[in-house]
Design a protein around this ligand. Sequence first.
Ligand code: PMP
Length: 459
Amino acid sequence: MTGAKNNILEAVGGTPIVKLQKLARHVAADIYVKCEYLNPGGSMKDRVARNIVTDAERRGLLGPGGTIVEATSGNTGMGLALVAALRGYACVFVMPDKMSPEKVAGLRAFGARVVICPTAVEPEDPRSYYQTAKRIVAETPGAFYANQYHNPANPDAHYTSTAPEIWEQTNGEVDVFVAGMGTGGTISGCGRYFKEKKPDFRLVGVDPVGSLYYEYVKTGRMTRPFSYYVEGIGEDFLPTTMNLQLVDEIMRVDDKECFLMTRELVRQEGLFVGGSSGAAVAGAIKYAEATRRKENILVLLPDGAQKYLSKIFDDKWMRENGFLDEPDPLGTVGELLRRKKQRPLISAKKGESVRDVIAAMRDTGFSQLPVLEASGGRLAGIVAESDLLDFLVKGEGGLEASIDALVESDYATVSPATRIALLRNIFNDAKMVVVESGDEIVGVITKIDLIEYLAERRT
Ligand code: PMP
């Protein structure tokens, strides 16, 4: 019949670009959104799934009777399940346990097998969702591992589909592209295309507090990741699908601002989107507030609200987790810093001698110090008593040696808005928490600071 698509895969893409009406009225830039949540499988991952499967078929890695296996936060799974339904493949999806029940149910609706794994384990741990997926591939005949974190067909899907579509729709009038950073497929694929088209094009990534991209881009250090609630963005390792060289600026957002922005996008703009869309828009608005340029910013909205109705859109869940604009019973990192006896921030500098750092620790009684770059004041890492002890025991250098080789990454960074409740888990892994507001260090917190703060609130 005239006007019909041959199948639902032909309906992937062609999503509208819409101008924000209310939420960005206070900034000079015009902010537009690309409604990728309107794809048939519910997210921009439909494009990725279609490309990954077609590429695997072309290369002979997937054929009749085959099984597609993937470690997914849900959307790639939905896309793959859709493609698999049409092309007759079976699917097994491995998911972290923090994912919304709606996502699991959605995948099962397509007849897929879903295996749930713990979030709070290292990626190398055999229980992690990455390792479990690999094991299932090895055990299943005819299995193809979609491997979105390392498969170039992921960023390629955005390079060949999302970005050209945006360019055509807007006549190339976009100046800045903003996207949340997960596998990096979106930002790396679109970014490569836009920069080829316009050399002064700017690419802005958005990363949640707890993920390691932000600190890695800013300092080159792999700090301690910790868990957060927003789904689909942020990583605890560096996927090869992520090309950080392309990223001009990275904005950090916390769960609460992501979720409150998501609710506003639905209620004020009528955009029925999920948490990573709120994150991307919150990051874009912060970027526009900082740059104050009159320009066109395009933000990609990856998926829809439906899968988060039991979380972001549920007042009880939001309240229990301290995300509503109500006082949190334990307060925020900012409150802890205000209560902490006002002391100037004690830090060491790159290039300082071991002798001076030992003296500083003795004089202040601190067992670890943040280390700043020799110029500029940015954080370079931390140095702890245990590092100095190892250095002295090994006897490899004198007291005049610089501390640079001892600077380590065993810390996590948070913002003043981070909830105190989150710090408990961070201290399982990290020696120190560094509080940053933008690029500035506004304080450091150690376990004893947290203990004192909590004890004071009890009295
Ligand atoms: N938002 C959601 C909801 C996602 O599922 C993903 C994919 N992990 C992203 C954002 C990030 O996109 P990408 O993997 O292309 O960086």
